[in-house]
Design a protein around this ligand. Sequence first.
Ligand SMILES: Nc1ncnc2c1ncn2[C@@H]1O[C@H](COP(=O)(O)OP(=O)(O)OP(=O)(O)O)[C@@H](O)[C@H]1O
Length: 258
Amino acid sequence: MSKPGQERPPLARSIRRAIGQAVESFSLILPHDRILLGLSGGKDSILLALGLRELQRRSPVPFHLQACFVDSHGEDSVPPSLQDFAASLGIPLVTRSYPIFPILKEREEAHPCSLCAHLRRGILASCAQETGNNVLALGHHLDDALETTLLNLCHAGRFRCFSPHMTMSRSGIRVIRPLVFLEESAVAAEVARLGYIPSAPPCPFGMEGRRGAMKHLLKELETSIPEIKGNLLHALQTHPLPDGWGTPSGASRRRSAP
Ligand SMILES: Nc1ncnc2c1ncn2[C@@H]1O[C@H](COP(=O)(O)OP(=O)(O)OP(=O)(O)O)[C@@H](O)[C@H]1O
């Protein structure tokens, strides 16, 4: 990550536009929202933090930002570079420690990704509640959404994906994904252009498994069908999914940023 105090160029206009489009299309941010963003130190959550911070500066809709890092090894350690990064943006950082990886290893999970994500989301949602936040922001991008769609199609026989904006039933915390219109390559390129070096993924299970296979499949499909991502996104937006990619949530009638 860049050194604190170093002059940072502004986000590219195309990136700001894509984030603004998601925020507007799905009414992601409402006046006086208190947003906790999941900050892992990977490229996606770096861009999420940069994007939301910039939106906060420019938007007439006031909202509060805080970040949370989950140490999934359960060792109570926080990378110092992450603290520096959050401090450089003026975003307060809280941390939580929970032995997600040791638990998954002990259970010898065949497909650990979904349980890992589920546990982490639960920890982040509890943290949001404990710290007085009503919204949890995650850095999922378009490729994540399309891989999840393919995973559901291929392995569960259903056309489903996570939602850009949903409300968790037990906690009432709203989960938002402002990067859903950005391709992974655009996220990586922008983070590199801005001079940040993301932390290496801490996952001890690697990119193998079903999700990794979907990533390869999407790449392969793209070589013979260059417009595949746009078409899949169009299908998500036009198919009447219960998770509402096409129809903005009920919150849309209220005023949202930007
Ligand atoms: N250890 C963590 N602490 C806090 N938030 C996290 C952590 N890991 C993931 N998240 C949040 O969940 C989102 C999705 O996580 P996932 O592991 O699927 O993505 P990723 O591609 O590894 O993301 P990133 O590049 O941000 O690490 C991240 O973008 C981030 O907002």
